[in-house]
Design a protein around this ligand. Structure first.
Ligand code: GUN
Ligand code: FE
Length: 426
């Protein structure tokens, strides 16, 4: 049994509004948290980060690996035009194996050095490139669900699958390859059924993807109620549905037996919200993306306090940064704009709630697969970040809560060390 201890100031969120601060040693045994102690048994090696803040690893519930190559650009269009003009032409390049290897190389290198320990990631519609991404993530020591996209309509010929049958055959080939490589249900990197969004997948394709999710017992992810034009388009494409989410739920891709992450959920009405709660759909709140692609402001405080399952997503490259600490700060900031401009029924989010969303909130998705994620508690995965905030030192001294807040807002800190499932990545 591999056993070590880490010393520092451990900060986590046992409840959304509870910031727990403990100075001492956390034992790690076989990749999981053990006891929190004031001293270490003789012979146990110690990583000594005395005086430094240590948080759980952060969970990115929604991002697009192939879009990382244009991250921080293309900020001038709304969603549907943005997809056509910037996203589809870039993602189409991943048909080329060399391009995919190099592109995903940059992405995985930077994700490995970021605050993210776990993620739900969109690839492209290409099976081989998606497998390349999965292999690189595994080598990097990260935990992830990864999706080969389903897209058989409403994108240019150069970036669309020729028919539902062809798309489903490729999806099956992908899942069979994952099974052969022991990635279907085991291991840190696993597949996730991923219709890009309803406008991209015909009814026949969506139906087949729902059947594959059930047959192979894999989770699902997509986009939901992100943009007003998108929502109107889905209503046109899917006559007979009462709300956007029904375009997924009628094919078994909306939680329930198939654990599902839905990104955005900005404009979800009462019925959609009720269905999300009943089906335990995991909401990925992506505030930086929602700003950049001019999508709007999701009611994240309502979701968190009202009993929905919700975590944070960077949604790179709608989002301009992989840094989930920046996304936490943005979640707090946009919740204030929502309170001012949209709805005063929920007070803005606090930084403690933002940390909860980025750890326990998103981590809850892994609970559906038997892993406890997001806290420093016995049995939880040992995913941890040691924050180096020496560049933020100032005249006055700060409490651990203030140091966390400054680390998130100022963006000038760095990570001293990162552990994922008990492995030290650096
Ligand atoms: N909806 C469908 N595809 C995408 C995408 O790539 N990014 C975002 N933000 N929304 C989408
Ligand atoms: Fe997205």
């Amino acid at each position: 049994m591999e056993r070590f201890a880490v010393k520092g100031i451990f900060v986590d969120t046992p409840a959304p509004s509870t910031l727990r601060v403990r100075d001492g040693y956390m034992l790690c045994e076989d990749g999981r948290c053990g006891a929190f102690t004031e001293s270490v048994p003789a012979g146990v090696p110690v990583y000594d980060h005395s005086g430094q803040i240590i948080t759980p690893g952060l969970v990115d519930l929604h991002l697009h690996a192939p879009q990382y190559s244009y991250c921080g650009t293309a900020m001038d269009l709304e969603l549907l035009d943005w997809l056509q003009q910037y996203t589809y032409p870039e993602e189409a390049h991943y048909a080329d194996a060399d391009y995919a290897r190099a592109g995903y190389g940059y992405f995985v290198r930077d994700l490995q050095h970021s605050a993210t320990t776990r993620a739900c990631i969109f690839g492209t519609l290409h099976t081989d490139a998606t497998l390349e991404l999965m292999h690189q993530l595994q080598t990097a020591g990260l935990s992830a669900f990864v999706g080969k996209l389903g897209m058989d309509r409403n994108s240019p010929d150069f970036y669309r699958e020729p028919s539902p049958a062809a798309g489903l055959a490729e999806t099956r080939r992908w899942l069979d390859t994952c099974a052969k490589e022991q990635m279907l249900h085991d291991g840190p990197v696993r597949p996730m059924i991923t219709p890009r969004f309803t406008p991209s997948a015909s009814d026949e394709y969506m139906k087949g993807l729902g059947e594959l999710a059930a047959e192979y017992k894999v989770p699902a992810q997509s986009h939901l109620s992100e943009n007003p034009s998108e929502i109107a388009w889905v209503a046109e494409l899917c006559p007979g549905t009462k709300y956007y989410g029904e375009s997924y739920s009628r094919y078994g891709l909306f939680g329930g037996d198939v654990p599902t992450v839905m990104a955005h959920c900005i404009y979800s009405g009462e019925e959609e919200c009720a269905a999300m709660k009943a089906n335990r759909v995991m909401i990925a709140h992506c505030p930086t993306s929602n700003e950049n692609v001019i999508a709007g402001i999701a009611p994240a405080a309502k979701y968190l306090r009202g009993g929905w399952r919700i975590g944070l997503g960077s949604d790179v490259a709608g989002g301009h940064t992989l840094d989930l600490f920046a996304v936490m700060a943005a979640a707090v900031q946009v919740s204030k704009l929502r309170w001012r401009y949209v709805d005063q029924s929920e007070a803005p989010l606090t930084m403690t709630e933002a940390l909860y969303l980025a750890t326990v909130g998103g981590g809850a998705f892994w609970q559906d697969f038997g892993e406890q994620v997001g806290l420093f508690e016995p049995g939880y995965a040992f995913d941890a970040l040691v924050l180096n905030d020496s560049a933020l030192h100032n005249l006055r001294s700060f409490t651990p809560a203030e140091r966390l807040e400054r680390y998130a807002y100022l963006g000038k800190g760095a990570l001293s060390a990162k552990f994922a499932q008990g492995k030290k990545l650096f």
